[in-house]
Design a protein around this ligand. Structure first.
Ligand code: ADP
Length: 490
């Protein structure tokens, strides 16, 4: 049962094959016009041939009709030359001619079987009214023509008048036309068969050739399955395959980048977590190897160990924040937040740290701002930026936080009078573990994760963050966040 199902599935799958569709299209597009053309040609040949035959016979009948009048055949009912003419015409077209007088009596039948009989038919009556009527009976294969025999008589006032003396009823066979048509049909059928065979071969090879680049594309994509380091995919045969190759390569490059950054991140995390551990081990070992350690040294070393533990803690909690930020934006807890109040609160918390370096914290509020944001994350953004502005500031410096808004965004600027950031580091400072001056930063207590966390939080709110800085004079970080959070529609 399952085998049959697999077989059916395979067949259905085959129906979606591009190669099959190319084959069907080439074959059908080539053959259909051929069949239609031969059909149209054959039927138009038949119509044309019948028209020509009808015109020919009608002409002949006109001539005979004139002779009938000149030989007064309708009155005397016999004339050798007319009889000869009639039998010649009927032999020529394999037909029968009846001559009917005004009393509807057949005065001449080239078959000789209906002589003197009375005939009443619609065609005869119409001919007596002056009409020439022709019909083609394609079932029995003959053309029937009925035409009046007209004499022009001179009237008393020397005018002329047409008088219908009788009717000629003729039927001629269309066998020769049908035979020619049949042999034409045979030829066209043969031609169609040959065209079908040639088209079959062309369609099979064309569909195979056209799909070769796609096969090569699939093969080279499967070659890349092993890691991201293989050669890039490039099939340039068609613009489309080139575009697919380019798209695939850029996805590959992105994956490689992600993989590299994941590896680098793991290496950095291990290194950062190991550094305080190593310091603690060195401090503890040096206490252990000494027998009589003075109490002050113990105290001093224990103080150092506690600082390293704090640092380790700081790194771990920063890492946890970062991991949380890396998750999807569905982890945002959006609510209406008074941003002015939030800034005041953060500045109040950080004032004691600023005071240690005698740094002035100033808040410039251009307007009252209420925004739909995740309060915890935005508070972390403000804290990180102001903390950095204090950390990387000079003693007696100042930090100014400015808040403004338009109808769409609110803008937060954190400006300091610190050391500034070198031009070539301005992009990198938002990367995880990046620090401009490693030794100095360590001494200050940074983990290199603060701005990475800040940027993630801003991006989660579909905002932007940028930095402007003059070395030795200070830096300004600008954050722009929509007033209303718009979830991403997937
Ligand atoms: P850290 O924990 O080291 O402060 P961050 O990610 O917050 O890590 O900052 C990354 C680096 O950017 C810092 O180490 C510092 O070199 C630089 N930096 C950040 N803010 C400022 C600033 N306001 N002034 C000067 N340099 C800064």
């Amino acid at each position: 049962m399952s085998r049959i199902l697999t077989w059916i599935k395979d067949r259905v799958k085959l129906l979606r094959s591009m190669r099959l569709w190319l084959f069907v299209m080439t074959f059908a597009i080539g053959l259909l016009p051929c069949i239609m053309l031969s059909h149209v040609l054959l039927s138009s040949y038949e119509r044309k041939a019948i028209d020509i035959r009808t015109a020919d016979v009608t002409n002949q009948l006109h001539i005979i009709s004139d002779h009938l009048i000149t030989h007064k055949y309708m009155q005397v009912n016999s004339s050798e030359s007319i009889d000869a003419e009639l039998s010649q015409l009927s032999n020529l077209y394999n037909g029968r001619i009846l001559i009917i007088d005004q009393d509807l009596r057949i005065i001449k039948d080239t078959y000789g079987i209906s002589q003197n009989k009375i005939i009443v038919s619609q065609e005869v009556i119409r001919a007596f009214r002056g009409e020439t009527v022709s019909n083609y009976d394609d079932q029995d294969g003959y053309i029937e023509i009925s035409m009046p025999i007209i004499e022009n008589v001179v009237t008393d006032d020397n005018g002329s008048q047409s008088v219908i003396r009788g009717v000629m009823l003729t039927s001629v066979s269309s066998d020769t036309i049908i035979n020619t048509q049949d042999s034409l049909r045979d030829i066209s059928r043969l031609v169609n068969y040959l065209v079908a065979v040639a088209l079959f071969v062309i369609a099979v090879s064309a569909s195979a050739i056209v799909t070769i680049p796609l096969k090569r594309l699939v093969l080279s994509i499967s070659d890349v399955k092993e890691g991201y380091t293989s050669n890039p995919v490039m099939v340039r045969d068609y613009l489309e395959t080139e575009n697919i190759s380019d798209a695939f390569n850029s996805v590959l490059a992105r994956l490689k980048l992600l993989d590299d950054s994941r590896q680098e991140f793991v290496a950095n995390v291990s290194h950062e977590l190991k550094t305080p551990m190593t310091s603690m081990k060195v401090l503890a070992d040096s206490l252990l190897v000494q027998d009589e350690v003075p109490a002050e040294l113990y105290k001093e070393f224990m103080g150092d160990i506690t600082r390293e533990i704090d640092r380790e803690n700081q790194i771990i909690s920063d890492l946890l924040s970062l991991v949380k930020m890396d998750k999807t934006s569905s982890d945002l807890y959006i609510s209406q937040v008074d941003i002015n109040a939030l800034i005041e609160l953060v500045l109040k918390r950080l004032r004691p740290i600023a005071r240690k370096k005698n740094i002035e914290l100033e808040f410039v509020s251009m307007r009252q701002v209420d925004a739909m944001v995740d309060e915890v994350k935005i508070s972390q953004v403000i804290t990180n930026l102001v903390e950095n502005a204090i950390k990387y500031n000079n003693d007696n410096g100042s930090v100014r936080v400015t808040l403004d808004a338009d109808h769409q965004f609110f803008t937060l600027e954190v400006e300091d009078t610190g050391m500034g950031i070198p031009e070539d580091s301005r992009e990198q400072i938002f990367e995880r573990f990046y620090r401009v001056d490693k030794s100095h930063s360590r001494e200050i207590g940074g983990t290199g994760l603060g701005l990475a966390i800040t940027k993630s939080a801003v991006l989660m709110h579909r905002g932007t963050i940028s930095v402007d800085s003059v070395e030795g004079e200070g830096s300004t970080f600008t954050v722009k966040i929509p007033l209303v959070y718009i979830p991403q529609s997937n």
